[in-house]
Write a protein that binds this ligand. Structure first.
Ligand code: VGL
Ligand code: ZN
Length: 208
């Protein structure tokens, strides 16, 4: 059973330059994530993509008492994944933020198309090591990584595949430090290649 999975967090148009709630340079993560996606696919590891998937009226949005401009409304172009993100056809899409009363930053609030919560999806796949990258480092990536650690997964935060909002300067660095403090690893492609290469060699697999 594959014990590792890639989780691509919220790489949607509204979080990229030109979108409603752009992460500065958010789109630079796209080619990096495409490399990770190709790697995980080749190794037979599942690729999961979360998306912020809000109703038009939610307390998450400024006009309704929340903190954010309107973004990632279900069915809109802004809620679509970035057009250059190459998700495999069998990627598992996890949607979150549908509850109009809640912010839902964490992908662990999300459910797959069958309504299964992310934690259940991961358990059923046999995943124990979760590699997390995407947008935004200081919100959804942070909450997702910390939740994964709390739920007992080994977490690798993909620093080269994540970017933050940094409403307060340094927020993303703080988030990364927090994930590390809670037992997560922070890595870039070369380190992940080394880890996965070792793992596949041990499993007698195809190698990276
Ligand atoms: C997010 C702000 C508002 C995120 C979602 O996915 O990081 N950030 N909604
Ligand atoms: Zn949101």
């Amino acid at each position: 059973m594959p014990d590792k999975a890639l989780l691509v967090v919220d790489v949607q148009n509204d979080f990229c330059p030109g979108g409603a709630l752009p992460v500065p340079h958010g789109d630079v993560v796209v080619p990096v994530l495409n490399t990770y996606i190709g790697l995980f696919q080749r190794l037979g590891y599942p690729v999961i993509a979360s998306r912020d998937w809000h109703p038009a009226n939610t307390r998450h949005f400024q006009p309704f008492g929340g903190g954010w401009p309107i973004h990632c409304v279900q069915g809109t172009r802004g809620a679509e994944f970035h057009p250059h993100l190459r998700l495999p056809s069998d990627a598992i899409i996890v949607s979150k933020g549908m509850d109009p009363q809640q912010d839902s930053y964490t992908a662990f609030d999300g459910v797959d198309p069958q309504g299964r919560p992310l934690a259940q999806v991961l358990r059923e796949l046999g995943v124990r090591h979760l590699f997390v990258g995407g947008l935004a480092t200081d919100y959804c990536v942070r909450h997702t990584a910390l939740d994964a650690l709390r739920q007992g997964f080994a977490v690798w935060l993909l620093a080269d595949a994540s970017r933050g909002v940094d409403l307060q300067p340094g927020d993303s660095d703080k988030a990364i430090a927090e994930v590390r403090r809670q037992g997560g690893k922070v890595a870039t492609l070369s380190e992940v290649l080394a880890v996965l290469g070792r793992a596949t060699a041990l499993e007698g697999g195809k190698g990276v």
